[in-house]
Design a protein around this ligand. Structure first.
Ligand code: ATP
Length: 241
C-alpha cells in the first residue's frame, strides 16, 4: 500500500504537487496519469525520498521511505532508465546492488531471465539500446522482490513486443498481491494495463477511478481523459498552417 497524505511540493513558488491524497492498493495495477508537467515524476520522487515534500507525507506500508530498513527489498522503482555506470555490465550493476542490499546473488540471474537480458548480461550497459536499458531498470526494480513497485513511464523506448511483455509483467506482479503504481501520459496504454487510475492535473487529484468508470458516457477513453484534464494542460501545440 502506498499512501499519500496532502502531499505538496512547489518549485520557485509554483505548485508541482498540490495537496495530493491518494491510497494505492495492493493486488491491482494502478495507473498514474496526467498531462506533461502535471506532477507525476515529482510525486514518485517524493514517495522514494528523493524530494522532500513542503507539506504532507508519502508512506509505503505505513512508513516513510527514509525509515525503511531495506528500501530495495520493500519498494522497487524504475525512474530513470539511464541511472547506471555505462562501463559496467548489466550483471555487475545488479550484483553490486544485490551485495549492498543483502540480496542473494542468485536473484541477479533470476531477474535477468525475467527481463530477457541473460544473453546480454556481460556486455557493458553503456552499449545497451534504449529498450535494453529500460529492461535493466525493470530488473533493478525487481531485484529485492519488493511488495511495492513504482514505475515511471516503463514503456518508454520499448518496441511492441516489449510493451506487451511489460503489460503482462505488471499484471502478474499485481496478481501476486503486490502494489503496482505505474505512471504514463498515455491513457490508451493504461487502459490495457491498469485496473485503477489516479489522474492528476497541475499537481491536483482529478479522479481516482477505474478505466470503465472514466470511459462511461464518452465516445472514447481518450475523449474522457481530455475532458477531465483539459483545464490543466500546460503545454499544447498548434496546427501547422
Ligand atoms: N527540479 C525541479 N526544479 C524546478 N521545477 C521542477 C523540478 N522538477 C519538476 N519541476 C516542475 O514541476 C512540474 C511537475 O513536473 P513533473 O516532472 O513532476 O511532471 P510529470 O507529470 O512527470 O511530467 P511529464 O509527463 O512531462 O514527465 C513541472 O512544472 C516541472 O517544470
Amino acid at each position: 500500500m502506498i499512501e499519500l497524505r496532502e502531499l505538496t511540493k512547489s518549485y520557485g513558488g509554483r505548485a508541482a504537487v498540490d495537496g495530493l491524497s491518494v491510497r494505492v492498493r495492493p493486488g491491482v495495477v494502478t495507473g498514474f496519469l496526467g498531462p506533461n508537467g502535471s506532477g507525476k515524476s515529482t510525486t514518485m520522487r517524493m514517495i522514494l525520498g528523493l524530494d522532500a515534500p513542503d507539506h504532507g507525507e508519502a508512506l509505503v506500508g505505513g512508513v516513510r521511505y527514509a525509515d525503511l530498513n531495506w528500501p530495495l527489498r520493500t519498494v522497487g522503482a524504475l525512474l530513470d532508465a539511464g541511472a547506471f555506470h555505462p562501463g559496467r555490465s548489466g550483471h555487475a550493476h545488479l550484483a553490486a546492488l544485490a551485495a549492498s542490499n543483502d540480496i542473494p546473488r542468485s536473484r541477479v540471474e533470476q531477474v535477468l531471465r525475467v527481463v530477457g537480458l541473460s544473453d546480454a548480461a556481460k556486455r557493458r550497459a553503456g552499449t545497451y539500446s534504449l529498450g535494453m536499458r529500460q529492461r535493466l531498470g525493470v530488473a533493478v526494480a525487481l531485484l529485492g522482490d519488493p511488495e511495492v513497485l513504482l514505475l515511471d513511464e516503463p514503456v518508454n523506448g520499448l518496441d511492441p513486443e516489449g510493451i506487451r511483455w511489460i503489460r503482462g509483467l505488471l499484471r502478474a506482479l499485481a496478481a501476486e498481491g503486490r502494489t503496482v503504481f505505474v505512471s504514463s501520459h498515455l491513457i490508451t496504454e493504461m487502459a490495457l494495463t491498469a485496473d485503477r487510475l489516479v489522474v492528476i492535473g497541475q499537481g491536483r487529484l482529478l479522479a481516482e477511478t477505474t478505466v470503465a468508470e472514466l470511459a462511461a458516457g464518452h465516445d472514447t477513453l481518450e475523449d474522457a481523459f481530455f475532458r477531465l484534464t483539459s483545464q490543466t494542460t500546460d503545454y499544447r501545440g498548434t496546427e501547422v498552417s
